[in-house]
Design a protein around this ligand. Structure first.
Ligand code: FAQ
Length: 328
């Protein structure tokens, strides 16, 4: 399946001669590091790519609340519960900034939600794995938020203004999320041997899915070449994945945990850690809906949408009443 994607999936770039005058002028603005704003002219594909990426990013933030929400009532102390609640609320907020950023491109919130619920729009593969123990919550903060920051810091410099600006606040909050996760894991690793075993087990389960968050390898990444030319992406999937591995290995050493990869070792010549092969079959299986929690996650989102209908209807009716009152 992976080999097939490599052969057929990757889109070819337009040559300069194939571009229209407007497209050439647009690319010149990007090359000069000028920001594109909602009312500026943009190629249809640029708009479509941004709607796809920003809306999927928003869906990931909102679906990402579910695995953590599973532990709010079971957090081991008041302090940990308050931190977890604050983090989950932040993720909801990130989803809202990102939906707003996508709306500036001409898509409505309802259209984006419909695409998520019908399975047309993706969300990050990582949120299709279950949170089995309290150590999973610390591990998500450390690895999943850590990977998210690695990917999102460069997005602060992306060419589309509303997306880049939304990223500034999101990155600040993600950095608190990562620190709280690491702190929680550190407490477990300095605790009893049973707590340390729980932390190691969580790391064993979350390590490889975290590496998959960066997307397929560069030679199988359908959108990378065009997105990098448009400076929607500044670094490739593999470059960010490598930076994440390099950052995380010493952090695992401080925790006294072992990353579950026998091929992981420092490569003096490259100045980076080498790491083992990622199971891309698993990645594509999860993307197609075959992960351990895909069905459960979508079910939770669609029922929340249905059960919240009366709130949206009431808020709309109230707003309409206010407008009528003001008019009379
Ligand atoms: N999962 O050609 P590429 C977070 C899809 S936020 C699912 O390389 P692209 C915060 C991709 O969409 C985490 N699908 O695509 C948090 C495309 O399919 P499509 C989310 C994936 O867009 C923490 C196809 O594969 N972050 O965690 C994945 O150039 C804790 C081909 O791939 C973002 O969304 C995947 N892992 O690069 C919340 C960041 N990877 O759309 C709660 C913004 C790839 O044609 C708790 N997004 N695909 O149907 C990006 O930077 C990019 O979209 C990539 C993928 C790098 C994810």
């Amino acid at each position: 399946m992976y080999a097939q994607m490599v052969k057929t999936g990757v889109k070819a770039l337009k040559s300069e001669a194939e571009m229209s005058d407007a497209e050439r002028a647009f690319q010149a603005r990007i090359d000069a590091d000028l920001r594109i704003e909602p009312r500026d002219w943009m190629p249809d594909d640029y708009r479509r790519t941004l709607i796809r990426q920003i809306s999927q990013h928003a869906h990931s933030e909102v679906v990402g609340m579910l695995p953590e929400g599973n532990w709010v009532t079971r957090a081991p102390s008041l302090k940990r519960k308050a931190i977890l609640l604050a983090k989950i609320q932040d993720e909801g907020g990130h989803g809202l900034y990102l939906y707003s950023a996508a709306e500036t491109l001409g898509i409505t919130r309802d259209q984006m939600i419909e695409a998520l619920h019908s399975g047309k729009a993706k969300y990050s593969s990582i949120f299709n794995y279950p949170t089995l123990t309290w150590a999973d919550i610390g591990t998500i903060g450390w690895l999943v938020d850590g990977a998210a920051i690695m990917n999102q810091i460069p997005l602060q410099r992306c060419s589309y203004g509303p997306y880049a600006r939304a990223m500034v606040r999101i990155c600040k909050e993600e950095s608190f999320h990562m620190r709280q996760g690491y702190d929680s894991l550190l407490a477990l690793c300095r605790g009893t041997s049973e707590q340390k075993r729980m932390a190691q087990d969580a790391l064993d389960r979350w390590w490889w899915p975290s590496l998959m968050m960066f997307g397929p390898p560069d030679d199988a990444s359908v959108h990378s070449a065009q997105s990098m030319r448009w400076k929607i992406k500044i670094f490739s999937n593999d470059e960010l994945r490598q930076r994440f591995v390099d950052q995380t290995v010493p952090q695992a050493e401080i925790l006294g945990l072992t990353l579950p990869d026998p091929d992981l070792r420092w490569n003096e010549a490259r100045g980076h850690y080498d790491f083992g092969a990622i199971d891309w079959e698993e990645f594509y299986r999860v993307l197609k809906g075959g992960g351990p929690c895909n069905r459960e996650r979508l079910q939770a989102r669609t029922s929340a949408w249905e059960e919240g209908r009366w709130v949206r209807d009431a808020a709309l009716a109230c707003a309409e009443k206010q407008v009528r009152r003001q008019a009379s």
